[in-house]
Design a binder for this molecule. Sequence first.
Ligand code: BG6
Length: 494
Amino acid sequence: MKADPCTYVIFGATGNLSRVKLMPALYHLDIAKRLPEGTRILAIGRRPWDQKKWLAEVRDMVQAKARDDFDESLFQRFSERLQYHQGDIQQEQCYRELAELLNQKNKFPKNIAFYLSISPSDFGRVMELLSNNSLFDEEYGWRRVIIEKPFGYDLDSAEALQKRISHYLTEEQIYRIDHYLGKGMVQNVLVFRFANVMLEPLWNRNYIDHIQITHSEEIGIESRGEYYNSAGAMRDMLQSHLLQLLTLVTMEPPVSMEAEALRDEKVKVLKSIRPIPKEAVHGHAFRGQYAKGHVNGEKVNGYLQEDNVPANSVTETYASMKLYIDNWRWRGVPFYMRTGKRMAKAQSTISICFRHPPLQFFRDTDVQCMNQNWVLLGIQPEECIRIEMTVKEPGLEMSTRTRSLDASFRNEDEKSIDAYEDLLLDVLKGDRSLFLRFDEVEYAWRIVDPILQTWAIERDYIATYPAGSWGPEDSRLFDKSVQSWRSSLTPECK
Ligand code: BG6
């Protein structure tokens, strides 16, 4: 697909996301010559900055994240694309002035992508004001809007938001970002599954015992207390990123890579997930909150001591759940998912555990028990695909050990690119395959809503775990006593 020259209008341009992700991503796209000729980046912010100050700010943002040595001449070229526009996004005047600016002759490309890196509570209002000022009219070029998560707070609010924004935009104009879909290794999950035939016949309930998805972080909530305390781990990670990973691992092969085909298959998975009745929530989900502890040898505060967190908060910083997909391929296979802040190690992994082979063949040997085969997909920081096999130990005895076959997708000299680079470029190409369609968001909320509703009324107690640990004791989620969380990408001998 060809990328069109466009004007990227960034709302919330002075905020954290823009600083650490958006500006560095646009810079890297520019130096890789992937931004079409003429593309401009118009930043909207409330601060009274002039162009000089804005360029100095962007220089800092880019320098802090530059993959290679910072190159002054490349930055000069990038800076020619940049412009700052001061305005209060709550006020109509900001949009009138914006419309005037964008309509100036030959200054800005007429294709416009609006990136809303703002509080979700402002999405509806900002779109209304953009629409009132004819900024969504597509007479002279396309108009697209990129929305950051969270899309709603629960099913009802997501539906209300969708209803509101559909007054102003068609579904084709909306790009709901889940940055996990921009990660190289996440896309590699699709390649691994659909470009190789070897594992496909085994990828089902007949051979797979269970699947685990873990996203753990060492960092705490940093300065996001206000947002995080109203969200919690279930909304922040599980409802979005982890359920997306689940769909990619379990969906049927789509008829093509085309956006609708891919998203149709993902939605089918979400629709097949067995609903969790409220009375079964405790058997299916667990929540915890970090207490003080040590991360990487450093003493850290507990959640309740973080800024902007009420002393009696029961917001979860760890959430785990068990799901079943009631379809032909997966019926009866448990899926265990967990995420947490301030855990022992920062990593995202998908671990697929195969069933035990029959042991009769080894009846009269030293082989008492064999490890199950695992396929391990390391998403980050280690990006890898490993298949664990049982092999014979050298020597006279018939005993075994586990070895892993490695199909890592990046060579050592190949640098990783940030997910936002991929996604920001897709917007220019009009490729929505890595963005969420509304029904994906809707069904994801349907899955977690009963859990969130139950937790919302249970305000007296939450389990805690020491910062720097692997989370609270939640083994009651597992269907069998031999199942447990897998945290390592190297063979674990039992
Ligand atoms: C964000 C969450 O969507 O994803 C954060 O709001 C979380 O709380 C982050 O830390 C994790 O993303 P990544 O790319 O660092 O794994």
